[in-house]
Design a protein around this ligand. Structure first.
Ligand code: ZN
Ligand code: ZN
Length: 358
Protein backbone atom coordinates (compact mmCIF):
# COMPACT_ATOMS: atom_id res chain seq x y z
CA UNK A 1 0.00 0.00 0.00
CA UNK A 2 0.97 3.66 -0.34
CA UNK A 3 2.41 5.77 2.42
CA UNK A 4 4.59 8.86 2.79
CA UNK A 5 7.83 8.17 4.65
CA UNK A 6 10.52 10.38 6.17
CA UNK A 7 13.77 8.47 5.78
CA UNK A 8 15.94 10.41 8.22
CA UNK A 9 15.27 13.02 10.88
CA UNK A 10 16.19 16.45 9.55
CA UNK A 11 15.14 15.83 5.95
CA UNK A 12 12.45 18.19 4.73
CA UNK A 13 10.78 16.03 2.08
CA UNK A 14 8.73 12.87 2.33
CA UNK A 15 8.93 10.00 -0.13
CA UNK A 16 5.77 8.23 -1.21
CA UNK A 17 6.21 4.47 -1.56
CA UNK A 18 3.85 1.73 -2.74
CA UNK A 19 5.54 -1.08 -0.85
CA UNK A 20 4.58 -0.24 2.73
CA UNK A 21 2.74 -2.66 4.99
CA UNK A 22 0.85 -1.85 8.20
CA UNK A 23 1.97 -4.37 10.81
CA UNK A 24 0.99 -5.41 14.31
CA UNK A 25 -2.62 -6.47 13.77
CA UNK A 26 -3.89 -8.81 16.48
CA UNK A 27 -5.79 -8.87 19.79
CA UNK A 28 -6.74 -5.39 20.97
CA UNK A 29 -5.74 -3.82 17.64
CA UNK A 30 -7.72 -2.20 14.85
CA UNK A 31 -6.93 -1.87 11.14
CA UNK A 32 -8.11 1.43 9.66
CA UNK A 33 -8.41 2.53 6.02
CA UNK A 34 -7.39 6.18 6.31
CA UNK A 35 -9.58 8.50 4.21
CA UNK A 36 -8.45 11.97 5.23
CA UNK A 37 -5.64 13.38 7.27
CA UNK A 38 -4.59 16.87 8.20
CA UNK A 39 -1.05 18.14 8.36
CA UNK A 40 -0.37 19.43 11.85
CA UNK A 41 2.65 21.51 12.82
CA UNK A 42 3.82 18.72 15.13
CA UNK A 43 4.46 16.56 12.05
CA UNK A 44 6.98 19.12 10.82
CA UNK A 45 8.48 19.38 14.31
CA UNK A 46 8.99 15.61 14.44
CA UNK A 47 10.55 15.63 10.97
CA UNK A 48 12.95 18.36 12.06
CA UNK A 49 13.88 16.53 15.27
CA UNK A 50 12.27 19.13 17.54
CA UNK A 51 9.90 16.48 18.90
CA UNK A 52 11.42 13.07 19.67
CA UNK A 53 10.56 10.43 17.08
CA UNK A 54 12.49 7.40 15.74
CA UNK A 55 13.00 7.17 11.94
CA UNK A 56 12.28 6.14 9.28
CA UNK A 57 8.73 7.12 10.08
CA UNK A 58 5.35 7.92 8.57
CA UNK A 59 4.14 11.30 9.84
CA UNK A 60 0.50 12.20 10.39
CA UNK A 61 -1.53 11.90 13.58
CA UNK A 62 -4.63 13.88 12.65
CA UNK A 63 -6.62 11.38 10.66
CA UNK A 64 -9.95 9.69 10.08
CA UNK A 65 -11.12 6.69 8.16
CA UNK A 66 -13.09 3.48 8.35
CA UNK A 67 -12.39 0.33 10.29
CA UNK A 68 -11.43 -2.64 8.09
CA UNK A 69 -11.10 -5.25 10.83
CA UNK A 70 -10.78 -5.50 14.58
CA UNK A 71 -8.71 -7.91 16.62
CA UNK A 72 -9.89 -10.22 19.36
CA UNK A 73 -11.27 -8.48 22.43
CA UNK A 74 -11.99 -5.15 20.71
CA UNK A 75 -15.42 -3.92 21.77
CA UNK A 76 -15.38 -0.15 21.17
CA UNK A 77 -15.30 -0.36 17.35
CA UNK A 78 -16.25 -2.81 14.61
CA UNK A 79 -15.58 -3.27 10.89
CA UNK A 80 -17.29 -0.54 8.86
CA UNK A 81 -17.26 2.06 11.65
CA UNK A 82 -16.14 5.55 10.74
CA UNK A 83 -13.50 6.63 13.21
CA UNK A 84 -11.26 9.46 14.29
CA UNK A 85 -7.68 8.35 14.86
CA UNK A 86 -6.85 9.43 18.40
CA UNK A 87 -3.09 9.70 18.93
CA UNK A 88 -3.50 9.88 22.68
CA UNK A 89 -5.74 6.97 23.65
CA UNK A 90 -6.92 6.74 27.23
CA UNK A 91 -6.20 3.47 29.06
CA UNK A 92 -9.03 4.23 31.50
CA UNK A 93 -7.15 2.70 34.41
CA UNK A 94 -4.21 4.96 35.27
CA UNK A 95 -4.41 7.74 37.90
CA UNK A 96 -4.63 10.45 35.18
CA UNK A 97 -7.54 8.70 33.44
CA UNK A 98 -9.34 8.17 36.73
CA UNK A 99 -9.10 11.89 37.44
CA UNK A 100 -10.64 12.63 34.03
CA UNK A 101 -7.37 14.02 32.67
CA UNK A 102 -7.10 11.52 29.86
CA UNK A 103 -4.86 13.94 27.93
CA UNK A 104 -2.15 13.02 30.46
CA UNK A 105 -2.48 9.24 30.02
CA UNK A 106 0.89 7.83 28.97
CA UNK A 107 -0.38 4.45 27.76
CA UNK A 108 -0.41 5.56 24.11
CA UNK A 109 3.20 6.62 24.21
CA UNK A 110 4.23 3.09 25.11
CA UNK A 111 3.44 2.19 21.48
CA UNK A 112 5.39 5.08 20.01
CA UNK A 113 8.66 3.17 20.31
CA UNK A 114 7.32 0.16 18.41
CA UNK A 115 7.32 0.18 14.62
CA UNK A 116 3.83 -0.32 13.17
CA UNK A 117 4.82 -0.40 9.49
CA UNK A 118 7.43 -2.14 7.39
CA UNK A 119 8.98 -1.91 3.94
CA UNK A 120 11.24 -4.39 2.15
CA UNK A 121 14.17 -2.48 3.67
CA UNK A 122 13.04 -2.87 7.28
CA UNK A 123 10.79 -1.45 10.00
CA UNK A 124 9.07 1.91 9.69
CA UNK A 125 7.62 3.80 12.67
CA UNK A 126 4.37 5.75 12.78
CA UNK A 127 4.41 9.21 14.30
CA UNK A 128 3.18 9.24 17.89
CA UNK A 129 2.24 5.57 17.55
CA UNK A 130 -0.18 6.32 14.69
CA UNK A 131 1.13 7.59 11.31
CA UNK A 132 -1.76 8.60 9.07
CA UNK A 133 -0.03 9.63 5.82
CA UNK A 134 -0.88 6.17 4.61
CA UNK A 135 -3.72 4.14 3.15
CA UNK A 136 -3.90 1.83 6.17
CA UNK A 137 -2.74 1.96 9.75
CA UNK A 138 -2.97 -0.56 12.60
CA UNK A 139 -3.50 1.02 16.01
CA UNK A 140 -4.61 0.17 19.53
CA UNK A 141 -8.37 -0.08 19.91
CA UNK A 142 -8.36 3.07 22.03
CA UNK A 143 -6.99 5.02 19.06
CA UNK A 144 -10.09 4.22 16.97
CA UNK A 145 -12.91 6.46 18.14
CA UNK A 146 -16.23 5.94 16.30
CA UNK A 147 -17.96 9.07 15.03
CA UNK A 148 -21.51 9.71 13.80
CA UNK A 149 -22.27 9.22 10.08
CA UNK A 150 -22.92 12.91 9.44
CA UNK A 151 -19.33 13.91 10.23
CA UNK A 152 -17.28 13.89 6.98
CA UNK A 153 -13.81 12.35 7.12
CA UNK A 154 -12.02 15.65 6.52
CA UNK A 155 -13.82 17.30 9.44
CA UNK A 156 -13.28 14.23 11.64
CA UNK A 157 -9.55 14.35 10.90
CA UNK A 158 -9.31 17.92 12.22
CA UNK A 159 -11.03 16.85 15.41
CA UNK A 160 -8.25 14.28 15.84
CA UNK A 161 -5.74 16.97 16.77
CA UNK A 162 -5.80 20.65 15.82
CA UNK A 163 -9.38 21.56 16.66
CA UNK A 164 -9.40 19.56 19.90
CA UNK A 165 -6.13 21.21 20.93
CA UNK A 166 -7.15 24.79 20.16
CA UNK A 167 -10.76 24.69 21.31
CA UNK A 168 -9.83 22.81 24.46
CA UNK A 169 -7.16 25.37 25.34
CA UNK A 170 -9.86 28.05 25.46
CA UNK A 171 -12.72 25.98 26.90
CA UNK A 172 -10.96 23.57 29.27
CA UNK A 173 -7.59 25.04 30.20
CA UNK A 174 -8.20 28.79 30.18
CA UNK A 175 -11.94 28.59 30.81
CA UNK A 176 -12.14 32.06 29.22
CA UNK A 177 -14.44 34.43 31.07
CA UNK A 178 -17.15 36.40 29.25
CA UNK A 179 -16.18 39.99 28.57
CA UNK A 180 -12.45 39.35 28.82
CA UNK A 181 -9.59 40.39 26.54
CA UNK A 182 -7.69 37.69 24.68
CA UNK A 183 -4.62 37.58 22.44
CA UNK A 184 -3.71 34.52 20.37
CA UNK A 185 -0.12 34.36 19.11
CA UNK A 186 0.12 32.01 16.13
CA UNK A 187 -3.00 31.68 13.99
CA UNK A 188 -2.79 28.42 12.05
CA UNK A 189 -5.47 25.77 12.49
CA UNK A 190 -4.88 25.44 16.25
CA UNK A 191 -4.70 29.19 16.93
CA UNK A 192 -7.88 29.83 14.96
CA UNK A 193 -9.58 27.05 16.95
CA UNK A 194 -8.53 28.81 20.17
CA UNK A 195 -10.05 32.00 18.73
CA UNK A 196 -13.32 30.16 18.10
CA UNK A 197 -13.26 28.86 21.67
CA UNK A 198 -12.69 32.34 23.08
CA UNK A 199 -15.54 33.68 20.95
CA UNK A 200 -17.86 30.90 22.17
CA UNK A 201 -17.05 31.87 25.73
CA UNK A 202 -17.97 35.50 25.06
CA UNK A 203 -14.57 37.16 25.11
CA UNK A 204 -15.05 40.87 24.39
CA UNK A 205 -11.81 41.41 22.50
CA UNK A 206 -9.81 38.77 20.65
CA UNK A 207 -6.56 39.93 19.08
CA UNK A 208 -5.00 37.55 16.55
CA UNK A 209 -1.22 37.86 16.18
CA UNK A 210 0.51 36.32 13.16
CA UNK A 211 3.16 37.44 10.68
CA UNK A 212 1.20 36.02 7.68
CA UNK A 213 -1.47 38.32 6.21
CA UNK A 214 -3.73 35.51 4.97
CA UNK A 215 -3.82 34.01 8.46
CA UNK A 216 -4.66 37.38 9.99
CA UNK A 217 -7.52 37.75 7.50
CA UNK A 218 -8.72 34.23 8.32
CA UNK A 219 -8.57 34.93 12.05
CA UNK A 220 -11.02 37.81 11.60
CA UNK A 221 -13.48 35.45 9.90
CA UNK A 222 -13.26 33.04 12.84
CA UNK A 223 -14.06 35.63 15.48
CA UNK A 224 -10.96 37.74 16.13
CA UNK A 225 -11.91 41.38 16.68
CA UNK A 226 -8.50 42.62 15.57
CA UNK A 227 -5.60 40.99 13.72
CA UNK A 228 -2.05 42.30 13.91
CA UNK A 229 1.48 41.35 12.93
CA UNK A 230 3.88 40.61 15.82
CA UNK A 231 5.46 44.07 15.65
CA UNK A 232 2.01 45.67 15.96
CA UNK A 233 1.25 43.79 19.19
CA UNK A 234 2.51 46.56 21.54
CA UNK A 235 0.08 49.01 19.91
CA UNK A 236 -2.77 46.52 20.17
CA UNK A 237 -1.98 45.93 23.84
CA UNK A 238 -2.12 49.69 24.36
CA UNK A 239 -5.35 50.26 22.47
CA UNK A 240 -7.25 47.18 23.67
CA UNK A 241 -6.10 46.97 27.30
CA UNK A 242 -4.83 50.51 27.97
CA UNK A 243 -1.37 49.02 28.31
CA UNK A 244 -2.28 46.69 31.19
CA UNK A 245 -2.01 43.48 29.16
CA UNK A 246 -4.55 40.88 28.13
CA UNK A 247 -6.60 38.76 30.49
CA UNK A 248 -5.55 35.71 28.48
CA UNK A 249 -2.72 35.18 26.03
CA UNK A 250 -2.46 31.93 24.07
CA UNK A 251 0.97 30.94 22.81
CA UNK A 252 0.34 28.65 19.83
CA UNK A 253 3.83 28.55 18.32
CA UNK A 254 5.92 26.45 20.71
CA UNK A 255 8.98 28.67 21.07
CA UNK A 256 10.45 30.31 24.14
CA UNK A 257 10.69 33.69 22.36
CA UNK A 258 6.96 33.79 21.62
CA UNK A 259 6.16 32.39 25.07
CA UNK A 260 8.17 35.26 26.58
CA UNK A 261 6.28 37.76 24.40
CA UNK A 262 3.04 36.13 25.49
CA UNK A 263 4.06 36.38 29.15
CA UNK A 264 4.88 40.07 28.80
CA UNK A 265 1.55 40.78 27.11
CA UNK A 266 -0.45 39.00 29.83
CA UNK A 267 -1.78 41.41 32.47
CA UNK A 268 -0.74 41.02 36.08
CA UNK A 269 -2.95 38.27 37.48
CA UNK A 270 -3.88 37.19 33.95
CA UNK A 271 -3.39 33.83 32.29
CA UNK A 272 -0.77 32.66 29.81
CA UNK A 273 -1.87 29.47 28.07
CA UNK A 274 0.96 27.51 26.44
CA UNK A 275 -0.46 25.48 23.56
CA UNK A 276 2.50 25.16 21.17
CA UNK A 277 4.66 22.03 21.34
CA UNK A 278 8.30 23.07 21.68
CA UNK A 279 11.77 21.60 21.98
CA UNK A 280 13.45 20.07 25.03
CA UNK A 281 16.44 22.42 24.73
CA UNK A 282 14.44 25.64 24.34
CA UNK A 283 14.14 27.27 27.77
CA UNK A 284 11.67 29.95 28.81
CA UNK A 285 13.30 32.45 31.19
CA UNK A 286 11.36 34.11 33.97
CA UNK A 287 12.90 35.86 36.92
CA UNK A 288 11.78 34.94 40.40
CA UNK A 289 10.66 38.47 41.19
CA UNK A 290 8.29 38.84 38.24
CA UNK A 291 7.02 35.31 38.73
CA UNK A 292 5.99 36.18 42.30
CA UNK A 293 5.09 39.84 41.94
CA UNK A 294 3.00 39.72 38.77
CA UNK A 295 0.99 36.68 39.80
CA UNK A 296 0.48 35.62 36.20
CA UNK A 297 -0.88 32.13 35.85
CA UNK A 298 0.98 29.93 33.37
CA UNK A 299 -1.24 27.11 32.15
CA UNK A 300 0.17 24.61 29.68
CA UNK A 301 -2.49 22.87 27.60
CA UNK A 302 -1.84 19.42 26.18
CA UNK A 303 -4.28 18.14 23.53
CA UNK A 304 -7.04 20.42 24.78
CA UNK A 305 -6.31 19.93 28.45
CA UNK A 306 -9.33 17.76 29.28
CA UNK A 307 -11.04 14.46 28.73
CA UNK A 308 -10.25 13.75 25.08
CA UNK A 309 -13.37 11.81 24.10
CA UNK A 310 -15.64 14.33 25.78
CA UNK A 311 -13.83 17.05 23.85
CA UNK A 312 -14.51 15.21 20.57
CA UNK A 313 -18.21 14.92 21.39
CA UNK A 314 -18.46 18.57 22.37
CA UNK A 315 -16.73 19.65 19.16
CA UNK A 316 -19.13 17.59 17.03
CA UNK A 317 -22.13 19.07 18.87
CA UNK A 318 -20.87 22.64 18.38
CA UNK A 319 -20.09 22.00 14.71
CA UNK A 320 -23.48 20.40 14.05
CA UNK A 321 -25.23 23.37 15.63
CA UNK A 322 -23.26 25.77 13.43
CA UNK A 323 -21.54 27.36 16.42
CA UNK A 324 -18.04 26.67 15.13
CA UNK A 325 -16.70 26.60 11.58
CA UNK A 326 -14.57 23.56 10.79
CA UNK A 327 -15.01 23.49 6.99
CA UNK A 328 -13.39 26.92 6.79
CA UNK A 329 -10.23 25.60 8.46
CA UNK A 330 -9.43 23.48 5.41
CA UNK A 331 -7.86 26.00 3.07
CA UNK A 332 -6.05 23.50 0.84
CA UNK A 333 -6.53 19.91 -0.32
CA UNK A 334 -3.95 17.62 -1.90
CA UNK A 335 -3.79 13.90 -2.74
CA UNK A 336 -1.24 11.79 -0.82
CA UNK A 337 1.08 11.82 -3.85
CA UNK A 338 1.46 15.60 -3.50
CA UNK A 339 2.19 15.49 0.22
CA UNK A 340 5.28 17.70 -0.13
CA UNK A 341 3.03 20.51 -1.39
CA UNK A 342 1.17 20.29 1.89
CA UNK A 343 4.45 20.60 3.81
CA UNK A 344 5.34 23.75 1.86
CA UNK A 345 1.90 25.25 2.47
CA UNK A 346 2.33 24.73 6.20
CA UNK A 347 5.91 26.04 6.28
CA UNK A 348 5.08 29.24 4.43
CA UNK A 349 1.94 29.74 6.47
CA UNK A 350 -0.41 30.02 3.49
CA UNK A 351 -2.65 27.22 4.80
CA UNK A 352 -4.64 26.99 8.00
CA UNK A 353 -4.99 23.28 7.39
CA UNK A 354 -4.23 21.22 4.33
CA UNK A 355 -6.38 18.12 4.07
CA UNK A 356 -4.61 15.17 2.48
CA UNK A 357 -7.15 12.96 0.75
CA UNK A 358 -6.24 9.31 0.61
ZN1 ZN B 1 -1.21 17.68 16.06
ZN1 ZN C 1 -4.62 6.17 31.38
Amino acid sequence: MRAAVLQEIGQDKLEVFDDVEATGFGPGRVRIRVRATGLCHSDLSAMAGVLPQPAPFIPGHEGAGEVLEVGEGVTNAKAGDRVVVCWLPACGACPACKRGQTELCLAGFMNAGTANFKRPGGDVFGFAGTGTFTEEVVVDAGCAVPIPDDVPFDIAALIGCGVTTGLGAALNTADVEAGSSVAVIGCGGVGVSAIQGARLRGAAEIVAVDPVLSRREAALRFGATKAVSPDELPDAKQSVTAGEGFDYVFEVVGRSATARTAYENTRRGGTLVVVGAGAMDDFLQLNMFELFFDEKRILPSMYGGGDVLRSYERTIALWRAGRIDLEGLITHRVPLGDINEALDQMRTGVSLRTCIEI
